[in-house]
Design a protein around this ligand. Structure first.
Ligand code: ATP
Length: 346
């Protein structure tokens, strides 16, 4: 993805956006490569949408510059940028049918009727809505409306497509289905997608790379695997999935240094012996304080020597809810592979 031959689609150079006292975006540096599916992930108010709006041109940086394919666009209006946006609320024209909605951008550009019809058909095909051109938006489901919004945004072949929580209004099943479809569409068209979400699972499912935002800054940029396996800070370790953070005296005893490290709950084995050479295994005694049965897996809270609690997750491969719930109060041995300890840089 990031190699010397790749083209930078979007570059943030020390970009800040202040609203009075509020530092919505604070000195952000960022490179997004051409053809990437890139997600901006973070909690509410962390600055993602403001970054997206500045790429679109709906907002301007207070300081710093934004480049699109090498051109400084910091002061260009939205219509002079080769960028399109898909919003969560679809923003379809209710009085126009699906075909007219999709063709709108081409009509504005005075593209001929024949050419418009051809490209609308291509787009309907792409978003799997062939045959729906004559319907009004009110006659569509939420997922179908979202596809129309996507087709309308893609028909002009923008260089960059911005998506602001586009799946937020859909129920979980449809959302998961659309995640897979969106990713497939992005690969097919090869356009750079920049996707804003506060849903870590969504970002991990779809993205080539993710930027994790917190309080107007970027905590870490990396592939889903890097972000999950090697979180750079306590914030990332906690926001993306669940993590145990261990520091001080307990960290020194378990990992040989008082510096904080993170350890994912699913990497900890409860009771069963680990298949690894003893020198690679870290073990500690504990007592199960709480058990939460979640169907597919069970979450245990285990107090270890030193008085700290570790979250441990195990799949319910053979166990029943009765088995796991009876574990409460039991003495257990926890163990994990030394490689699964992740020292935090931040
Ligand atoms: P969400 O997921 O809730 O949309 P976000 O990460 O996208 O959050 P932003 O919308 O970028 O966050 O907002 C960042 C900060 O800037 C917030 O504290 C917000 O209140 C503030 N902010 C955004 N737009 C404005 C504005 N027009 N005027 C004043 N403050 C603003």
């Amino acid at each position: 993805m990031t190699n010397n031959s790749s083209t930078t689609a979007v570059r943030f150079n020390k970009v800040s956006r202040y609203f009075g006292e509020v530092k919505a975006v604070d000195q952000v540096d960022l490179d997004i490569q051409d053809g990437e599916f890139f997600s901006m992930l973070g909690p509410s108010g962390s600055g993602k949408t403001t970054c997206l709006r500045m790429i679109a041109g709906f907002d301007r940086p207070t300081a710093g510059s934004i480049h699109l394919y090498g051109q400084d666009v910091s002061n260009l209006p939205p219509y002079e940028r080769n960028v399109n946006t898909v919003f969560q609320d679809y923003a379809l024209f209710p009085h126009m049918n699906v075909g007219e909605n999709i063709a709108y951008g081409l009509m504005v550009k005075k593209v001929s009727k024949e050419e418009r019809a051809k490209r609308v058909d291509e787009m309907l095909e792409l978003v799997q809505l062939a045959g729906y051109a004559g319907r009004k938006p009110s006659q569509l489901s939420g997922g179908q409306r979202q596809r129309v919004a996507l087709a309308r945004a893609l028909i002009n072949h923008p260089k960059v497509l911005l998506l602001d929580e586009p799946l937020g209004a859909l129920d979980l099943k449809l959302r998961q289905q659309m995640q897979v479809e969106l990713k497939a569409i992005q690969k097919r068209v090869g356009i750079t997608f920049i996707f804003v979400t506060h849903d870590q699972e969504e970002a991990i499912t779809m993205s080539d790379r993710i930027a994790v935002f917190s309080q107007g800054g970027i905590e870490q940029v990396g592939s889903p695997l890097e972000i999950y396996e090697k979180p750079a800070s306590a914030f990332v370790a906690g926001f993306v999935g669940t993590s145990n953070l261990i520091s001080g005296e307990v960290a020194r005893r378990l990992a040989g240094s008082e510096n904080t490290f993170s350890l994912r709950p699913e990497k900890i084995h409860l009771g069963a012996t680990l298949e690894a050479s003893p020198k690679d295994v870290i073990s500690v005694d504990g007592v199960v304080r709480d058990v939460i049965y979640l169907g597919l897996y069970t979450r245990y809270l285990v107090e270890i020597e030193g008085g700290i609690d570790l979250v441990v997750v195990e799949q319910n491969l053979k166990t029943t809810s009765m088995d796991v719930l009876s574990a409460k109060g039991r003495k257990v041995k926890l163990s994990w592979h030394r490689d699964h300890i992740n020292p935090l840089g931040g």
